[in-house]
Design a protein around this ligand. Structure first.
Ligand SMILES: C[S@@+](CC[C@H](N)C(=O)[O-])C[C@H]1O[C@@H](n2cnc3c(N)ncnc32)[C@H](O)[C@@H]1O
Length: 254
């Protein structure tokens, strides 16, 4: 295995933003600050609770697409939400179907948007385990998944990925990585070391361009354990900011 890249320097910032998206992302950070001030002083409820209220009010029960549409509309028309979004979400769904995966692991759930996109493509013999560190987000996600009628094949573990992964005890054939950007590579290596990745498993990583995840990309593209492919996209809910997903197939037996 080639692994000669230097580890990125520790920083309190969990990512480095792509230059072409810098101003756009700064405007989202500013929006987020205003949101936090408003919710702290109870001028408004958090946007995530607003979304849940809309889903409770407007979604059709057991209709995942109606839940996804409400969440997308909110993110396009009202305030940014850090879901994978519709363009990359469709790529994720295609990958789930094409991989024929039946034991899937998801790192980073937020409001359950990508979770719903994965679950709606599973049959009765397949299952998804998701890890989310924020209990408030996890509770909202669980309600979105229940309303979608998709909770049967799903387990959500509340905790930090780096603490949860060493305690997992089954092998996965599809891993969706979309959590703390600084942890993508560390958690992938931890999954390998803990023998949790099946031969030919698909590793689908979001936001690899938006956040300049060079060390992650260098690893999966140079390691003989992976056959890796990049798909260019736009950032979620944007028509202009570049982003992309990296899909890497794990070759355990080389
Ligand atoms: C980009 S959002 C996930 C979006 C979701 N995959 C979707 O497309 O709908 C990232 C999420 O990862 C969670 N997170 C951050 N660090 C984490 C960690 N170490 N372990 C688990 N979850 C984490 C955050 O709380 C946040 O909800």
């Amino acid at each position: 295995m080639k692994n000669n890249q230097s580890e990125r320097k520790k920083s309190s910032i969990p990512f480095r933003i792509n230059r072409k998206s810098f101003l756009g992302v700064m405007s989202l950070v500013f929006q987020e600050l205003i949101e936090r001030i408003f919710t702290k002083f109870k001028i408004k409820i958090p946007k995530e609770e607003e979304v849940l209220n809309l889903v409770r009010l407007k979604a059709n029960t057991c209709d995942p697409d109606s839940v996804l549409e409400i969440i997308d509309n909110y993110a396009y028309k009202k305030t940014f939400l850090m879901n994978i979004g519709d363009e990359k979400g469709q790529l994720l769904e295609n990958a789930i179907v094409d991989s024929k995966a039946n034991n899937i692991l998801e790192l980073g759930v937020y409001l359950g948007y990508s979770t719903i996109r994965i679950l709606k493509n599973l049959d009765n013999t397949s299952k998804l385990t998701s890890i989310e560190s924020n209990k408030k987000f996890a509770d909202i996600a669980i309600e979105h998944i229940n309303i979608s009628g998709l909770s049967k094949n799903h387990k959500l573990i509340i905790g930090k990925s780096n603490e949860v992964i060493p305690n997992l005890d089954e092998k996965y054939d599809f891993i969706f990585i979309d959590h703390w950007k600084e942890l993508y590579l560390k958690d992938l290596k931890s999954l390998e070391e803990n023998n949790l990745i099946k031969n030919n498993a698909w590793i689908f990583a979001d936001n690899v361009i938006l956040f300049n995840l060079e060390d992650y990309l260098e690893y999966v593209r140079s390691s003989s354990k992976y056959i890796s492919k990049f798909i260019p996209t736009k950032r979620e809910y944007s028509k202009s900011h570049p982003d992309g997903v990296e899909i890497s197939i794990y070759k355990d037996e080389i």
